[in-house]
Design a protein around this ligand. Structure first.
Ligand code: SAM
Length: 278
């Protein structure tokens, strides 16, 4: 329990209003046991807004459209790593090298990292693709999106704590990372040629339209569906499939599955689905 909470209690009614708002706008399910977490994550925001209680914040949220992104930025869970669930990267690399994407040399490869958090996933993809595109000679472009404005800001800055470097293969460290010039800062930076292949934008997976007019060859949407109920998962998957080329590949997190969703998809690898429309 948060001792001496300056903003008092978060009543069940206010918690329900906040959690309904989050569910309706972003699809994320917040069970009542998350009440303490919601309280602690909103405290700094309430202070910044000079409000006195959670109840006042709740009213503020419901009456100020712009507060939506500020609130979800504090509530969303953004855990990520470089080369997380690494077998997916190995699988994609091998398929590209074997010639899975037939027109890659003329059309290039378009990838969407659809819930990219602070950028580790799209930069991992960019490093891997840059590495193989030198021999296989193809262009690629990675679009990466999220609903967290602070995570997108970190992603665009492309500077990470040095402690994360051991998640990245040695040959990529040598080729695609720059150590901070300031030795007092234990940080590294993603090299400009990798950054230039990766574009970030705000996108809510529940939104009807995606900013980019073209379809993708590969979509990563990993470790995000777990925050949604089955109905929202089905909606999100259908929107993602609308943006995936036929024979394109959809990557989900290892603990996520599309069982019983009745989709025209072929499982080609654990948590990897091929869009298979005749
Ligand atoms: C646990 S992280 C996963 C990051 C990365 N895909 C990975 O597997 O490491 C989940 C991300 O999904 C984002 N997210 C949650 N709901 C979303 C929504 N409705 N639209 C877009 N992104 C969402 C969160 O902001 C968070 O950054």
């Amino acid at each position: 329990m948060i001792k001496n909470d300056p903003y008092g209690d978060l009543s069940d009614k206010d918690f329900k209003q906040i959690s309904d708002y989050i569910y309706d706008n972003y699809g994320i399910l917040l069970y009542p046991k998350k009440k303490l977490l919601v309280k602690s994550r909103l405290q700094k925001r309430i202070k910044k807004l000079n409000l006195n209680t959670y109840s006042e914040y709740c009213k503020y949220l419901l009456n100020n459209e712009d507060e939506s992104v500020e609130m979800i930025d504090r509530i969303s869970t953004n855990k990520t790593d470089f080369f997380r669930e690494v077998s997916h990267f190995h699988y994609l690399r091998e398929e590209i090298l074997k010639g899975y994407f037939q027109d890659i040399n003329t059309n290039g490869l378009k990838i969407w990292s659809a819930a990219c958090s602070s950028g580790q996933e799209p930069y991992s993809l960019a490093m891997m693709l840059e590495d193989i595109s030198n021999t296989k000679k193809f262009n690629f472009e990675i679009m990466a999106s999220d609903i967290s404005i602070s995570m997108l800001k970190t992603a665009k800055t492309a500077i990470y704590p040095f402690a994360l470097i051991n998640q990245i293969p040695d040959n990529y460290i040598r080729k695609y990372l720059l150590k901070s010039k300031d030795n007092s800062k234990a940080q590294f930076r993603i090299a400009p040629e990798i950054m230039s292949k990766t574009k970030f934008f705000f996108h809510n997976l529940l939104a009807d339209k995606v900013k980019y007019p073209y379809n993708f060859d590969v979509i990563f949407c990993r470790n995000t569906l777990i925050y949604f109920d089955r109905e929202t998962q089905a909606k999100v998957i259908s929107k993602l499939l609308n943006k995936l080329n036929n024979n394109g590949l959809l990557f989900l997190g290892h603990s996520e599955s599309l069982i019983n969703m009745n989709l025209n998809l072929e499982v080609v690898y654990p948590s990897v689905y091929k869009k298979n429309y005749k």
